[in-house]
Design a protein around this ligand. Structure first.
Ligand code: NIG
Length: 416
């Protein structure tokens, strides 16, 4: 057993479990001041005010939070962290004025990463990915979704998904895998996009399902990438094999991706930079989590999605890092909190809900992750002493995490 004592504030406590937080409710976080947290067998067993601290046996490890706060670990429901190399050449092209679409048209972008991935062995890819996993663990992430999508042929997509399977086995993170064969049309299929969609449906999906390599299926539904019709065909095929839909939707235009995702019961639709009244109405009538990726808006210097309008309309919102080499080479969820607050006018409470319980919902793990609740996985961050919850997004470059517990085990302690 492990007991954390002297917690200045235990943040995002759930007495009754809820799957997600919507609309006006996103602006509150239940907290207990001057609290303790008891962990047994990797799960949260109990919590309460220090005045009710239970007597514990000699074999219980006591961790004194020393006046720091305890938050549930971040859940990052949209990443592409298995990739080869980096793309800072394109970063310079962007600085010089080229857009993401122009870079993609010149064979840069996703196709550039696909070339590099093809040339990397599974072990090389794994070695690079584990570095990024260790990085996000230090940033306070406890659960992450990772997509394929830089393979773009059957062998390389399988290679990526096998790396994700190894990461699942080797790290203390909770990991969900998403098959994103429809991330870009490979050069050799230029002009015969539907043949590539056939390959995804007839060859890739059955093999991935046979090896149980993915939980979700995703499509980049966007002008110049995949049409609504392609998206629907792929999602339907994935569903046939038990893969739950997710969609990259409305990143660069009103692509129809939100409606397509909702129609096929997507657990989340992600990006949503172009979201109008019609899309909001469609989302309100669904169980799909709108997921915003402010790291890409920051990095590409493009307008942010209308988070305020969405929340004011009663929608839930999740945020994720979109850690990838092209549009968001960053996995720091605390920085995503700051972007949500500063750029999307979300309150700190809304941003914290978006990065924890709602992002857990977008990975279908909100019954076990994303809040401090009895029986949930003991994934928590202990901060250094901070004055308020709002200090987390406010101090936007200060490393505030003092200790990290994943699955009940203390895996990082800055104070040692
Ligand atoms: O979510 N939009 C599509 N995919 C990624 C970018 C991937 C890349 O450029 O390598 C994204 O932004």
């Amino acid at each position: 057993m492990v007991i954390i004592t002297n917690i200045k504030k235990l943040v995002q406590v759930e007495e009754t479990l809820y799957a997600k937080v919507c609309g006006a409710d996103m602006d509150s976080l239940a907290c207990i001041d001057n609290a303790f947290l008891l962990i047994e067998d990797g799960l949260i067993k109990d919590f309460g005010p220090m005045a009710q601290l239970p007597a514990v046996g000699a074999n219980t490890d006591v961790i004194d939070a020393g006046g720091g706060m305890v938050f549930p670990s971040f859940c990052d429901s949209h990443t592409h962290i298995v990739y080869a190399g980096s793309r800072e050449i394109e970063y310079i092209d962007k600085i010089r004025g080229l857009s993401y679409e122009e870079i993609a048209k010149r064979g840069g972008g996703i196709l550039n990463s696909a070339k590099r991935l093809h040339d990397a062995s599974e072990d090389e890819l794994y070695a690079q990915a584990i570095e990024r996993i260790n990085e996000i663990i230090r940033f306070g992430t406890g659960a992450v979704e990772i997509k394929s999508g830089y393979g773009l042929n059957t062998a390389d997509e399988l290679k990526m998904l096998r790396v994700i399977r190894r990461l699942k086995a080797d790290t203390p993170l909770t990991i969900k895998a998403t098959f994103l064969g429809a991330h870009a049309v490979p050069a050799e299929y230029k002009g015969r996009q539907s043949d590539y969609v056939d390959l995804i449906i007839n060859e890739m999906i059955p093999q991935i399902a046979a090896e149980e390599l993915a939980d979700y299926i995703d499509v980049f539904c966007e002008q110049g990438f995949f049409t609504v019709e392609d998206t629907e065909r792929i999602l339907m095929a994935g569903l046939h094999y038990g893969l739950i839909p997710k969609v990259h939707a409305n990143q660069m235009s009103c692509s129809g991706g939100i409606q397509a995702g909702v129609k096929y019961g997507a657990i989340s639709v992600d990006h949503l930079d172009y979201t109008g009244e019609e899309e909001i109405k469609c989302l309100l009538a669904s169980d799909t989590m709108p997921t915003l990726l402010p790291g890409s808006n920051f990095f590409l210097a493009v307008a942010y999605p209308p988070a305020r309008t969405m929340i004011n309309a009663g929608l839930p919102v999740a945020i994720a890092s979109n850690y990838n080499p092209g549009s968001s080479p960053a996995g720091d969820m605390k920085f995503m909190l700051s972007l949500a607050c500063i750029q999307m006018k979300m309150t700190p409470e809304e941003a914290i809900n978006a990065a924890t319980i709602n992002s857990a919902y977008a990975m279908d793990i909100s019954d076990t992750h994303g809040s401090i609740a009895r029986g949930k996985v003991a994934n928590v961050i202990i901060t250094k002493p901070i004055p308020t919850c709002a200090f987390m997004p406010y101090a936007f470059t200060t490393p505030l995490i003092g200790k990290i517990i994943l699955k009940g085990i203390l895996i990082f302690d800055e104070i040692v």
